[in-house]
Design a protein around this ligand. Structure first.
Ligand SMILES: *Cc1c(COP(=O)(O)O)cnc(C)c1O
Length: 490
């Protein structure tokens, strides 16, 4: 596993700066304060300092379900989904309308697929496994999309037999493969073309280039995207061209990168209208909307995003509209994953050890919890920032700068790089790490043969398991046992 260099540089290689807080992390005036943008809306702290979620104290959760555990505020998840469905799409009514596809790779299980279905969103999948979750809950096939740069023939067959709403094609090999399968099955496959637009956005920056060195999509600058469209059109009956797709990055707070992407997609959309006489009915601008992991992040609301996105799409479509007054405008779709699932959950851990390590500039406190890079690999993988809070009691102790680490055999196994916790934290204390609803369980692993934590959904004072805790038996279930020589003799 690639361990992020930032983690190594900050924690292991460099002695100077050790023990000092990063610039964005101010010394807290109240170390017990909950920043609202970091927590699910039904999380509160009572007078005794105990965190509760939808009326359930985390101390009860720890007692009844154990730690580590992912805890999801179901109402919060559903209302974020609804906010995208309603507030985001409303400003698009004046353009050609918009649809929201929840990106299942952020976090998917049957309960979540049901929530998404019930809230009226569509669903993005990118494997046969994610597709199987949609099928298990009877998600309407026409509202499901399939992504991926190397979908297998069985996965494509699964999607087509299901009657999937869109397959986002990613290579010439795949165009041939989907067309062959569709004619074999006697169906028409609805396809979108994943276009590499040369925009890469992350947090507060984006870079726009002509060429892009990455595995996804058909390059726009190199003419491949156009060639892919020609290839699809040439397949006739077996493929139906729905439109163009782009996805420019993740954890993005600013919509200006989307405007460049939309401009480039519209240019190709226009070319296809002019040269093939096809006004493609859809256009997908992907996901990537950022969330608050720490006090340094201030995300826009779905309503604000929708207003900005609808304005920029409207602006970029103007020339097309003027030049093709008869043509139907493409309906826009977006694919938020993190922005729906991320903020609705936190991970509850129990502290096992508190260790002060002497460093050149002072002392760093390492707080070890009963999880780590197996349940949240994002810090180790790409230096993600998180925050945390003491969750099981009140404390008036002076804040102390700590590093929260996991229990795994890697020094890069860090959960929260820098955070202030009350100075009197001891083994047995509970801490909660917010913002772990996306890309934590879905990227989880069993490193060191660690059973993965359960996912609990809490709603109206009731906590229930939606994904159960793994057991040692689960871990051993796949091992094909070879009898030892002594057993053979017997
Ligand atoms: C990952 C991904 C998404 C979701 O990204 P978020 O940052 O979670 O919103 C959407 N679309 C595609 C194609 C993706 O690869």
């Amino acid at each position: 596993m690639a361990i992020n260099m930032r983690a190594h540089e900050a924690g292991i290689l460099h002695a100077e700066g050790y023990g000092a807080a990063p610039q964005w992390l101010p010394f807290p005036t109240d170390v017990m304060e909950l920043l609202p943008q970091l927590w699910p809306s039904n999380v509160a702290r009572d007078a005794s300092g105990v965190l509760s979620i939808a009326g359930i104290p985390v101390t009860d959760i720890a007692r009844d379900f154990g730690t580590a555990a992912y805890v999801v505020d179901e109402d919060d998840f559903r209302s974020r989904a609804r906010a995208f469905r309603d507030d985001f799409t409303a400003p698009f009514a004046a353009v050609a309308g918009a649809d929201v596809y929840y990106a299942g790779k952020a976090f998917l299980c049957t309960a979540v697929a049901r929530w998404i279905m019930e809230e009226g969103l569509n669903l993005d999948t990118c494997s046969g496994g994610e597709l199987a979750v949609a099928q298990r809950v009877g998600f309407p096939a026409e509202r499901v999309a399939l992504h991926g740069n190397n979908k297998s023939v069985p996965e494509l067959r699964q999607a087509l037999e299901y009657g999937i709403g869109r397959i986002v094609v990613d290579s010439f090999d795949e165009i041939d493969r989907v067309a062959r399968l569709a004619s074999e099955l006697g169906v028409t496959a609805p396809v979108m073309v994943r276009v590499t637009v040369g925009v890469e956005a992350h947090t507060h920056e984006f870079i726009a280039t002509a060429h892009e060195d990455q595995k996804f999509g058909f390059s726009l600058a190199g003419g491949q995207a156009r060639a892919a469209i020609d290839a699809i059109v040439a397949k006739g009956e077996s493929l139906r061209l729905l439109g163009l797709h782009s996805h420019i990055g993740s954890q993005i707070f600013d919509t200006s990168g989307f405007e460049i992407a939309a401009r480039r997609l519209v240019a190709l959309h226009t070319e296809v209208a002019d040269e093939h006489g096809i006004a493609m009915p859809e256009m997908d601008l992907g996901g990537g909307y950022g969330i608050a992991y720490t006090s340094e992040h201030e995300p826009l609301t779905p309503g604000q995003l929708g207003t900005q996105m609808a304005e920029l799409v409207d602006r970029e479509l103007k020339e097309f509209r003027d030049g093709h007054p008869q043509a139907t405008l493409p309906r826009i779709s977006i694919e938020p994953g993190r922005a729906i699932a991320g903020p609705s959950a936190f991970t509850l851990y129990e502290i096992g050890t508190v260790k002060d390590v002497e460093v050149s500039s002072g002392v760093r406190s390492y707080v070890s919890v009963d999880g780590g890079m197996s349940d949240n690999v994002r810090t180790a993988l790409y230096g993600a920032d998180y925050s945390c809070t003491l969750a099981g009691r009140r404390s008036d102790a002076e804040p102390r700068l700590v590093r929260v680490v996991g229990r795994h055999c890697e020094s890069g196994d860090i959960v929260v790089m820098d955070e202030y916790l009350p100075g009197d934290i001891v083994p047995g204390d509970l801490i909660a790490v917010p913002g772990t609803g996306a890309y934590c369980r879905s990227l989880s692993n069993q490193y060191n043969h660690t059973p993965r934590p359960p996912v609990l959904a809490v709603r109206d004072g009731v906590a229930r398991v939606i994904v159960r805790r793994e057991t040692i038996e689960d871990l051993l279930a796949l091992d094909v046992d070879e009898p030892s020589p002594s057993q053979e003799v017997r």
